[in-house]
Structure formats: structure tokens, C-alpha cells
Design a protein around this ligand. Sequence first.
Ligand code: AMP
Length: 203
Amino acid sequence: MSDDAGIETSTTQEPGLDEVTTRALDDARTAVDEHARTVPDFPAPGITFKDLTPVLADPAGLAAIVTALTHRCRDIDLVAGIDARGFLLGGAVARQLQVGVLAVRKGGKLPPPVHRIGYALEYGSSSLEIPASGIDITGQRVLLVDDVLATGGTVVAAGDLLRRAGAEVVGVAVIMELDGLGGRATIADGLGADLSVHAVTTD
Ligand code: AMP
């Protein structure tokens, strides 16, 4: 199923996908199964951390994931990658979509002036910033990219930040959605139920 933004909204494979997309989704899920590292109690007790770094370091894994993330993305003007693994993905996804990329950075890294937002994490709290000068994202159709969707707080904060800066957030694409943390519902509450959320795989 796809929505008006043309971004896949289901995590289950559907009939009718073209051969390249079907293979990319299969290969991406295989790469995650083979290379993702599960780290208990990191960075805090009770958190099961999914380290997807080795998946991105695998050439076939990276290629499949980028294709799987971008399938059916249409009419995107800009990709926004969320600090920090979203930067790696964001650049690759933007290149595949032939658009530019913007880093949504943790607070305190960018020179002023910045647009800034504070938010709560699965563990602790944080802030995100984007430049308020030198780039005009007014009216741009933005795809948000990150590695893992957990509680959804980071995506909602990033989406809010981009909207406040004038952008139109049209989709969210992640490699892995963590089941049972309510990320999808939090995004629907925070950014609207019609926003597309595409996860290559669910854990
Ligand atoms: P959240 O705001 O809870 O959805 O958290 C998403 C952000 O935190 C992403 O940038 C992830 O990289 C990171 N993150 C949160 N929880 C985990 C986890 N269990 N494993 C790996 N990364 C996580």
C-alpha cells in the first residue's frame, strides 16, 4: 500500500513489487539478519541496543538497504538524516533520489543561528538543530531518514523542527522499527496519521 506521497507504508512485502525492489527488500532483511548486533543493557540497563553499523559496512547490505529505503519515494526535494547513523543513510538515499541532504544534528554542534528543539528519548533527553541561515527549506518536501525507530520521539522532534523551519515533511524511512515501543503511534500523534512511515524490517 502507498499513500499520496508515494511512499510505502507497510513493512510487509506486497505482490506486484518490481523485481529490483523485491530483491532489495529481501537482501536488506538478510543483511540485517546476518550483520546486526544486539547489545543488551546499552546505553542503559533495560535497553536492547540494535547496532546496525556492521550492516552499513557491508557493501551488499548498504546497497540493498538504500534501494529498499527509497522504493516508491516520489517527489522528494530533500532528504534529512538524523544524527548520527541517519547521516550515513541520508547521504546515500539522497544520492539515489538525486536530491540534496540535510543533517539534523544533536544540539551544540552547529554555528548560530540555528532552529532548535528539545525532546525526550527512550533513554534520557536531547535536542536537535538545523541551520537557520544559508539554506532555505521553505516548502521543500522532505524525507526523514534514520537507522532505528524506537519510541518515535526523535522522529517527531526532527519533523517538528523541519516544519517550524517551513518544510513539508512527507515521509519517514528507517531500516528497523522496534516493535512494542509505539513509535508508529507516536509519529501519528505528533506529526499526523497521514504521514508515511516505511521500515525495511521490524524487530
Ligand atoms: P526514539 O526517539 O526512541 O525513536 O529513538 C530513535 C533514535 O535513537 C535513533 O536515532 C536510534 O539510532 C536511537 N535508538 C533508540 N533506541 C535504540 C535502540 N534500542 N537500538 C538502537 N538505536 C536506538
